[in-house]
Every structure is written in C-alpha cells, then in structure tokens.
Design a protein around this ligand. Structure first.
Ligand SMILES: Nc1nc2c(c(=O)[nH]1)N[C@H]1C(S)=C(S)[C@@H](COP(=O)(O)OP(=O)(O)OC[C@H]3O[C@@H](n4cnc5c(=O)[nH]c(N)nc54)[C@H](O)[C@@H]3O)O[C@H]1N2
Ligand SMILES: Nc1nc2c(c(=O)[nH]1)N[C@H]1C(S)=C(S)[C@@H](COP(=O)(O)OP(=O)(O)OC[C@H]3O[C@@H](n4cnc5c(=O)[nH]c(N)nc54)[C@H](O)[C@@H]3O)O[C@H]1N2
Ligand code: SF4
Ligand SMILES: [Mo]
Length: 681
C-alpha cells in the first residue's frame, strides 16, 4: 500500500441479509479499492460481484451531483440545474402551504435503498413527526413474514447464521441463496462437504436448486400445504419431539388435527409435486439432527404468505430442532437488535405531540395516489417526498403508480443518487451521497453484528447525506427544536444502547451477546415463552390459497393460465445497479423463463419477443424456453428500470396491489398472466 493510502471501516448499505463489513482504501481523496473485511466472520473477506463494483457506482458519470428542477413533462426526465437554496426554498414553501391545509396530504415514501440507521429513518423521521405528515406503512418486502414470526415466536428472531455450517440437513426454502444470500450459501456448502443433505423448495430451478441434493419445485403460494403435509408425516411416523412440544409449544392439539387432514397425496395435488418427494423430505426432516431451515421472503409474497411462514416456523418446534445451535430456522435476525436500538431517540415520535396522522400503505401507492380523498381515506395526497426507494419501478401495478406520479397537481420531491424512473417524475430532485461519502451504522437481518460505516471520501459534487437534507429542510420550515441541530456524530451516539462505540469504530463491527442455541430450552419471545400455533387475532395457522389461482378465481385462471413470479436477478439489487453497465450487460435484457410445455403450444422459442399480460397491464420482454421454469409458472427476473425495458415498462406492469393475509404486504408472486409471441418486426 502506498504511504498516502488509508483504509476505513465501512458496511454494505444494501437491502441484503448479509450486511457485509467492507474495507475501503482511499488514495489522494479517491477510493481505489473496496474489499470484504477478512476479519468479519460472515463476510470473510468476500463481497458479491455487485458491491465489488461499488466504486464504479459512486463515480458513475450519471451520478446526480446538483439539485434539479423539472422543465419537461412528468416522466420525461428533462431537468435544469438549480442551487441548493432555490431547491430547498421551493420545497419548504410548497410543504408549508399544503401543511397549512392538512399536513396529512404530505406523504413520505422510503424504504431500504440504504439499510443504515442514520441515512434511513433518523432526521427524516423527526422531520415527518414534527410536520404531522401521513405515516408510511413500510410493507413492501417483509411484513407478512415479519408478522408471522411475531405471531409464532414473538419476534423476528431465529438461529445464528454461523451454525448452518454444522447442520446435517439444510432446507433452503424460498431462497435463491447464491443470488441473494451468498454468505449463508458459503456456510451451506461447508455443511454439504461435511455430509449434510440439502433440499431446495422453490418453484424455480435456481442456480441454488442446481447445487442442492433435492429440489421440490412446488407451485407458488402452496408452501402452507407442504408444511402441513410434512407435519402429517411427523405425526403419523412418531417423529414429533413430544417433550419439546409439551414444554415449549402452545396449541399443538389443534395443529395436529389440522395436519392429519393433509396427507402427502392431498398436498401433492395442491403443490404440483410428487407425493413421494414430500414423504422423503418429511423422513429427512423427522430423522436428521441437527436440521436447519433457511427460509426467505420469496415465499411470503402471496395471499397466504403470512400463514405459510407461521406453519413453516412451527416445524423446528415439532421436531425439537431448536435444542441444537445448528438446528432451527432463520428468516430474519433483525429482532435480536431490538433491545440495542433506540429508535425513539433517533426518530422522536414524541414530536407528533398527540397527533395521529393517517397511514398510507406503500404497497398500494398506485391506488392511494389516484384516490380523490375523503371516504375514510383522508385528504388527497398533494405531495410525495421519496428517498431510499424507486417506487415507479418497484411498486406493484405500475400502470397506476406511474399514472399517480404523472399527476400534474402532485408535488414530488426525490432524494436520489441516480436518475431512476421515479426521479423522471420529480418536480425537484435533491442529490444524495452514497455509502462512501457519509457516516452510518448498520444492524442486519441475516446476522447479529452491528457495523460502522465511516465516510471514506467527501461528498461528490453538491451531493448531501439524507440526514443533512432533512436538517436543512427542517431549518427552512422554522423547526427550532434542538434535535434538528444534531449532526451525524450525535445521531450515531443516540442510535444504539449497550454497544461500545469505541470498539465498533476501532474494529468495524461488534457482535451482540446472544446464546448459541437461543430456544434450546424454550424461551420464545411470546408472553408465555412458548411458540404459538394460535396467535391472538390471527387464529390457528392455516392454508390460504393464492388470490389468483384456479381454486380461488377459476374464471380468471381460464383466461390467464400461467402463474408469474418475479424474483431478484443476481446482478441487480431490487432496481439498484440496473444502470451500472457492467452488471446490466451480464443480465442482458428483461427475460421471461417459460417451460417447453407452455412455450411450444404458444409458438414461443428462445430469443423471441413476447408480450406478458393480464387485465392490469402488459409488458414486453424476451422469452427463454427453459426448464428453470416449471410447467404452468413463468419466471420474470426483476427488477428492471422501466426506461431500460423494451418499451418503457417492467414486470410490475402486471403485478397486483392485493395484500397478504398478515402484514398488509404486496402479493408480487400471486399473479396470473398470459404470454403471447409477438410477430417478428
Ligand atoms: N442479488 C440480489 N440479492 C438480493 C436482492 C436482489 O434483488 N438481488 N434483494 C434483496 C431483498 S430486498 C430481499 S427481501 C432479500 C430476499 O429476497 P427474496 O425475495 O427472498 O429473494 P430470493 O432469495 O431470490 O428468494 C426468492 C426465491 O423464492 C422463490 N419463490 C417465489 N415464489 C415462491 C413460493 O411461493 N414458494 C417458495 N417456496 N419459493 C418461492 C423464487 O423463485 C426465488 O428463487 O434478498 C436481498 N438480496
Ligand atoms: N415484481 C417485483 N417487485 C418487487 C420485488 C419483487 O421480488 N418482484 N421485490 C420487492 C422488495 S423485496 C423490495 S425490498 C422492494 C425494493 O424496492 P426499493 O426499496 O425501492 O429498492 P431499490 O429498487 O433498490 O431502490 C432503492 C433506491 O434508493 C437509492 N438510494 C440508496 N442509498 C441512498 C441514500 O443514501 N440516499 C438516497 N436518497 N437514496 C439512496 C438507490 O439509488 C435506489 O434507487 O422492491 C419490491 N418490488
Ligand atoms: S449486497 Fe449483500 S452480499 Fe453483496 S456486499 Fe452487500 S451485503 Fe454483501
Ligand atoms: Mo426486500
């Protein structure tokens, strides 16, 4: 290393369960190298392909580096450069005028573009609370599974990542781990080398499924039926850990009755898989110790997603898998941080001062924007302030979302790093810093370490951190509470409880003190300490069919016979990185995987342009005839920017705004379509 070079501790900001620790090398004020921290246990020196290219993203020639104001039509993306003063004054004047009528007409829209506690919801939340703006229900990803875990275990908690390496059976359930949870996959490979058997449960034959011993390609949204059939086998073969169940499970008798109604043959018909495969999986699960399940959010984006997670989450309780550190289940570890996060100090809900603004669900932003107001919904939405998210591309049923964002009477302010589809609809664009340019601190939903992110370089151009933008907006609004003067160092000190900041900043990360096998002797986070079959308000976990399937909607299924799922593409992160040319070129173009049995009768061959449609909309992409798709299911890998799509559309053109059974979350993978070949041009 050159004498002038220095290295700082950083954290990957992305919405990924791995939350990697990074080391960033700076020379002459420029980032020259980004690497995984070799000393951080789960990162183990390795970053994924996407984030290895993070410097390319920061120094991208298309970074937004100055405030902009719209000069073209909404959606057109024509802007002119303005000063920060002009931009912030314009926003403050408009927000004040709207707030004078009703602050609830202003809606913040944000998600996990950065998972950082500071650049996520700290100063921004203070601002919204003080203003009394509508509150956003942040449901777009994980709230069905999150509520399910809370119902069953009392919180979003599970087994520790590192112990998967010692499991003897790993069920990879609704997770394309090689693409979206790489550092878990490394441990699963280690277990495999040491003799573990790996099962993959996924409608798509993913690259992960290819590397597991067995793959169960069930129909989307049928995981609950599969879980009950596994329980049926556990019961009839006597593989239940009766002692564990008696001491640590509440409501087992009702579950047993329900499971006995689901012999493998019944579930096989629902799931579209061989009954013998279900029996084999049940035998493996009932007789192998320790057995671990890596569940991921892919399987809860359907009508019954919440109930399916509840049922799967009960499996490790029935066989006593929790007795062992290398047994149990992991969907999310984020709840382990709850005692250490001081969200109230950071976000200051007390600034609401007794006001109770209405909530707006981010999963139905299309309908919300087109809503005229009144009728129990509250005032019409007059202003939207977007940060850490790209709703025009990622929210369901985008014909409505785009129409909403195109409303001329709507003020749209977007804080962004790049000119996304959402930015194209903004009135005012405020340039935001990237992870290399700001301070932050991170918890994780895949492991249990706290990570620091020190700024490596000064902000590029005139970009500012989200915290600073909201601080300056607060000043313009005349908010003089001392909390609006807190700088990022102060926010860092307020964010956490019981974490030694000196140690955190010295080493880059701090591990939470937690027992290896958290539920070896029960101690779930429910009031009784037992895992619950029957949770208050939601009843006994049950099978809930998709909104869109032959059983619930036969007429619809006759017209639109194919079920479409749209899981993440390996080289994108949701819609992030779509504009990084090197990564986009690996993904090629928007593709639809379709099984030969479905392609042949439709005259579809690989490479053909196809139209994917239903009553909500249509979009165009390129067909790939492939056995990665199972018969009856097409896979559209997400999430392309609309403007990089074939005709300014993407897969969310056809997804629906209907919600899940728990958590009011979107049902992206509960979507019937038809596919047609387009005549060659
Ligand atoms: N490379 C990359 N990594 C990512 C992301 C990304 O976009 N790209 N996204 C990040 C985000 S936001 C999240 S939330 C996480 C997790 O994101 P997830 O959405 O959980 O993503 P995957 O791990 O790909 O798991 C989804 C898998 O579930 C499968 N699936 C779809 N429907 C069903 C079903 O009904 N049942 C079952 N059993 N399986 C089903 C899909 O085929 C896919 O292989 O990943 C994060 N990591
Ligand atoms: N069809 C379909 N749709 C889906 C999904 C699917 O599987 N299929 N997955 C869903 C899921 S799981 C999720 S989590 C959502 C994700 O949707 P989003 O949360 O909107 O995620 P991204 O598309 O990655 O957009 C994040 C944006 O934040 C910006 N950003 C990053 N850091 C900062 C920062 O510090 N400041 C500011 N101001 N901006 C920043 C990035 O440039 C990026 O444009 O998409 C959902 N949509
Ligand atoms: S996206 Fe995930 S795997 Fe890639 S560096 Fe970030 S945390 Fe690690
Ligand atoms: Mo997500």
């Amino acid at each position: 290393m050159n004498a002038a070079a220095r290295t700082v501790h950083a954290a990957c900001p992305h919405d990924c369960p791995d939350t990697c620790a990074m080391r960033v090398t700076v020379e002459g004020g420029r980032v020259v190298r980004i690497a995984g921290d070799p000393e951080h246990p789960s990162t183990a020196g390795a970053l994924c392909t996407k984030v290895s290219r993070y410097a390319e993203r920061t120094y991208h020639p298309e970074r937004l580096l100055h405030p902009l104001k719209r000069v073209g039509r909404k959606g057109e993306g024509r802007f002119e450069r303005i000063s920060w003063d002009e931009a912030l004054d314009a926003v403050a004047v408009r927000l004040k005028a709207i707030a004078a009528r009703d602050a609830q007409a202003i809606v913040p829209y944000s998600y996990a573009g950065t998972m950082g506690l500071l650049q996520g919801e700290s100063m921004a939340a203070r601002f919204w609370h003080r203003l009394g703006a509508s509150r956003l229900e942040r449901t777009i990803c994980s709230s069905a599974g999150g509520e399910a875990l809370a119902a069953t275990y009392g919180g979003k908690v599970g087994m520790h990542l590192r112990f998967f390496a010692q499991s003897k059976l790993i069920v990879v359930w609704g997770s394309n781990s090689i693409a979206s949870n790489l550092h878990f996959w490394t441990l699963a490979q280690q277990a495999k080398r040491d003799g573990a058997k790996l099962w993959c449960i996924d409608p798509r034959r993913t690259e992960t499924a290819d590397k597991c011993h067995r793959h169960l390609a069930l129909r989307p949204g049928t995981d609950g039926a599969l879980a009950l059939a596994l329980m049926h086998e556990l019961v009839v073969h006597g593989w239940i850990d009766r002692d564990y169940v008696a001491r640590h499970v509440e409501g087992f008798d009702a579950l047993r009755e329900r499971a006995l109604q689901w012999p493998p043959a019944r579930a096989a018909a629902v799931c579209g898989v061989p009954a013998d495969d279900i029996r084999e999986l049940a035998r493996d699960y009932g007789t192998t110790k320790p057995a671990a399940i890596r569940l991921n959010y892919g399987m809860q984006r359907v009508a019954g997603g919440g109930n399916a997670v509840r049922l799967v989450a009960l499996l490790p309780c029935l066989v006593g898998a929790w007795r062992d550190a290398a047994g149990g289940l992991l969907l999310s570890s984020s709840g382990w941080f709850a005692p250490h996060r001081d969200d109230a100090a950071l976000q200051r809900p007390d600034l609401l001062g007794g006001r109770r603004p209405r909530t707006v669900n981010m999963a139905t932003i299309g309908d919300a924007l087109l809503h005229p107001g009144g009728g129990g919904f509250g005032p019409r939405i007059d202003a939207l302030v977007v940060y850490n998210s790209n709703p025009v591309a990622i929210a369901p049923e985008s014909p409505k979302v785009a129409a909403g964002f195109a409303r001329d009477d709507l003020l749209t302010v977007v804080l962004e790093q790049f000119a996304t589809d959402t930015v194209d609809h903004a009135d005012i664009v405020l340039p935001a810093t990237t992870q290399l340019e700001h301070l932050d601190v991170h918890t994780s939903y895949g492991h249990t370490d706290v990570l620091i992110n020190e700024p490596a370089i000064a902000p590029l151009g005139e970009a500012k951190p989200n915290t600073q933008i909201f601080r300056e907006l607060a000043a313009r609004m005349g908010y003089d509470e001392p909390c609006f003067a807190d700088d990022d160092e102060a926010l860092l000190r307020q964010a956490l409880r019981g974490v030694d900041l000196r140690e955190l900043r010295g080493r880059g990360w701090v591990a939470l003190p937690l027992p290896d096998a958290p539920f070896a002797d029960g101690g779930f986070l429910t009031p009784s300490g037992k895992a619950r079959v029957d949770a208050p308000g939601v009843g006994v976990a049950d099978v809930v069919p998709n909104h869109e399937c032959a059983e619930s909607a036969p007429a619809l299924a006759a017209r639109y016979p194919l079920a479409m799922i749209s899981p993440p593409a390996r080289h994108f992160l949701n819609s992030t990185f779509v504009n990084v040319r090197s990564l986009r070129s690996v993904e090629g173009e928007p593709r639809l995987e379709i099984h030969p049995d479905d392609a042949t009768p439709r005259g579809i061959a690989s490479g053909m342009r196809v139209r994917v449609f239903n009553d909500r909309g249509r979009y165009r992409c390129t067909a790939e005839v492939s056995t990665r798709a199972r018969p009856g299911v097409v896979n559209a890998l997400g999430i392309w920017w609309r403007k990089f799509g074939v005709d300014g559309t993407n897969v969310n053109e056809v997804t629906s705004q209907r919600l899940t059974d728990l958590g009011r979350a979107p049902t992206f993978y509960d979507c019937l379509v038809e596919v047609q070949a387009e005549p060659a041009a």
